[in-house]
Design a protein around this ligand. Sequence first.
Ligand SMILES: Nc1ncnc2c1ncn2[C@@H]1O[C@H](COP(=O)(O)OP(=O)(O)O)[C@@H](O)[C@H]1O
Ligand SMILES: [Mg+2]
Length: 224
Amino acid sequence: MTVPSAGRLITVAGIDGAGKSTLAAALHSALNNAGHDAVLIGKHTTEVPADAALSAYLDSLNAIVYRRDQTVGAACGEHYWLFALAAWYSLQDRLVIQPALKAGTHVILDNSHHKIIARYAANPSVPPGLARQVFAHLTSADLVLFLRISPGEALRRKGGFTPLEAGRTGHTGDAFVSYQDDVSARLREQAGQEGWVPIDVTGLTPGSVLDQALASLAPRLGFT
Ligand SMILES: Nc1ncnc2c1ncn2[C@@H]1O[C@H](COP(=O)(O)OP(=O)(O)O)[C@@H](O)[C@H]1O
Ligand SMILES: [Mg+2]
């Protein structure tokens, strides 16, 4: 029996509105069109192949973390949300991502944990380093496409934002910009890690961002 060669884990990092989800979806299509076996995994992917019970369990955890009433957020507190997110990322890694990679399928992960580490690094109510530790066991990405953009341009693209995207510091555009500036600096601190490839997406169309991502990916991952 031949064992398939492991798939590669490709993820996208950047501030809110950098274009991560747009690029992840485009990469998924491009890789499949080029004949690769690739899956797109995001914050609403809860299907564990061939396991209805685990799928149902993962979906119930997803509901707790992502489909909750907005008003319970602040009541539960920063530590609780860090640990709830760590539980979600642990299970998605173990039950969905690792089996896909083992089966030889490439995984494109939208919404990797790096932004959460950056958010918590910008948050003085949680000890520095705690967020890094609770995500340290997750599978390392072979490639992290780091989309660089100013918060002002990200805001123009998005049009609006949620209270969380302004770090619950206010409702004005300035609150979004100053919070995302901080998150951006914390992301840059992580960008020295192996596998991180910065792409300045300022003024680039989605098609040009995809082209740059594919150009970075091909030689690094041995894709043709
Ligand atoms: N290269 C681009 N140029 C202009 N607008 C873009 C580009 N990429 C994405 N957008 C738009 O910007 C907004 C945020 O993109 P999205 O992919 O959701 O960002 P993220 O997932 O990083 O928060 C969306 O409205 C999207 O259609
Ligand atoms: Mg997104």
